[in-house]
Design a protein around this ligand. Structure first.
Ligand code: CTP
Length: 465
């Protein structure tokens, strides 16, 4: 974008601007912002009058404590609706920042977007000024929700593939905040197999989608599924995500995840096949719902979920100690596959092979962390949830385990070798509670985590068992 600075204005304009700014007690830059905002609002009002909406628009009033939304405007014809979307989000108290992709610059100008949001619009990953001012990592972090509208077929493909070759995709890759996309494209592009594949990947990654709608396209003679959702529909979807994002605000949740490693000697250990994917997804979903999360994790090959206190442990005993130290909590979710036994006497030096002698391993039972927390006489979390990894009679064993361990719920799953659960991305679980068994469909572990966390939030708020 060609940028305009006060210095580049002609002298007469500069003098008038200086006088006006002085009269209002503002800097000259702030005065320019006010003038542009008023002009944009005026043209918006005139456009609104022409299209004669029935409802009287509320004034756009971003609130100081209102949610922060980062709007990424993609390069589609539907980008013309983005100014309306910004105003509507502001009317709901949201504070907006905007990124325009290079293609979006063909449809909407940073000047108009900046004037309405009251903040400069960001466009370039390699713009020294915005990297110095804010930086793409802060754009990714200092927000409660990212909305991509219009989300073109190209943006969907880049997101699904984890690209980061411009500011928008770099921010989308770097963020831990919820993302809402409003796809908009030609119906044939929407129906393309590649788009369907990308969308399936994005929903599996926990990205929410609003629209597209069916109807006439901007291109003459084209109609079908692919119109961007209307701004009021996008606002409603954003509000619902933000409401959900506060579902566990003020609650503290402990989650265990991954396997434990029980040393035999300094180089050998007893372990199991748990990847930690389900436990980490639960911790991530709980944090996204606003909870303060303590994740006690055994050794895993997963990145640390952002915004979460992570206590890394090796053995079951260390996991037990970390969980005890993490209490009190409103809920505790035990997704770790804790080794049931440890070597009674781990050798301090490497056990050497000796001809004709096979060493005997004497095992000792590890503390049962779930059972111990669930049976606490005082300081028991209100909701204690265990997992049951079973290979036979999954539900029967899980029901018995719930009673034996004294927990409120058991999330039971079949981990037999052909189920692909251990280490995989999908899970098929049954939620076993005092009031019965619910079998959930096969779904991504991220989705299992979101559904479970929704249920936890409802239970802690007393709206559902
Ligand atoms: N668990 C735990 N501490 C242990 C063993 C298990 O906290 N020492 C928790 C797990 O995190 C899980 C639940 O107990 O939430 C059930 O784990 P599982 O291994 O299925 O049960 P076990 O008690 O080990 O029963 P078994 O292996 O005999 O099926």
């Amino acid at each position: 974008m060609a940028s305009l600075t006060v210095r580049q204005l002609d002298d007469t304009l500069k003098r008038l601007l200086r006088l006006r700014a002085a009269r209002h007690g503002r800097s000259m830059e702030d005065e320019v912002r006010v003038i542009l905002r008023e002009a944009a609002e005026e043209s918006d009002r005139a456009a609104a009058d022409r299209s004669a909406p029935v409802a009287t628009p509320r004034p756009a009033t971003p609130r100081d404590g209102g949610p922060r939304i980062l709007l990424i405007i993609g390069g589609g014809i539907a980008a013309y609706k983005s100014l309306d979307l910004i105003r509507r989000l502001q009317e709901h108290g949201a504070r907006l920042r905007c990124i325009l992709t290079t293609a979006a610059l063909h449809f909407v100008t940073p000047l108009a977007v900046g004037a309405i949001t009251g903040e400069r619009a960001f466009t370039d990953l390699f713009d020294p000024q915005s990297e110095f001012d804010v930086g793409h990592i802060r754009l990714a972090r200092d927000t409660d929700l990212i909305v991509v509208a219009p989300a073109t077929a190209d943006i969907l493909a880049k997101m699904a593939g984890g690209h980061a070759d411009d500011l928008a995709t770099a921010v989308l890759l770097a963020t831990a905040r919820p993302i809402l996309i409003a796809p908009a494209m030609n119906p044939r592009m929407w129906a393309a197999k590649a788009t369907a594949r990308n969308l399936a990947q994005l929903t599996a990654d926990g990205i929410r989608v609003v629209g597209p709608n069916s109807g006439e396209m901007a291109e003459r003679g084209e109609a079908g599924l692919g119109r961007m959702a209307e701004p009021h529909e996008i606002v409603a979807a954003a509000e619902s995500i933000l409401r959900r994002g506060a579902a566990l605000a003020g609650k503290r949740i402990i989650v265990t995840s991954g396997p434990t490693h029980e040393p035999i000697d300094p180089v050998r250990y007893i372990a199991n096949r748990s990847s930690g994917k389900q436990g980490h997804a639960i911790a991530t979903a709980a944090a996204a719902a606003g909870a303060e999360v303590v994740l006690v994790s055994g050794p895993v090959n997963l990145p640390d979920p952002p915004g979460i206190v992570i206590v890394k442990v090796g053995t079951a005993q260390q996991m037990f100690d970390a969980v005890e130290a993490g209490l009190p909590a409103d809920a505790a979710i035990f997704a770790a596959a804790v080794a049931d036994w440890r070597s009674e006497s781990a050798s301090l030096s490497k056990i050497k092979k000796q001809p004709g002698r096979t060493p005997t391993l004497t095992l000792r039972e590890n503390p049962d962390i779930l059972s111990s927390v669930a049976h606490r006489a005082s300081g028991r979390p209100r909701l204690v949830i265990g997992f049951a990894a079973e290979t036979d009679d999954v539900i029967g064993n899980a029901q018995a385990k719930r009673i034996k361990k004294g927990c409120d719920w058991i999330v039971a799953n079949d981990v037999s070798t052909d189920s692909g659960v251990m280490g995989g991305d999908m899970n098929t679980v049954h939620l076993v509670t005092a009031s019965g068994v619910e079998s959930w469909p096969a779904q991504a572990k991220d989705q299992v985590a979101h559904t479970l966390i929704e249920r936890v939030a409802a239970a802690l708020h007393g709206t559902k068992p």
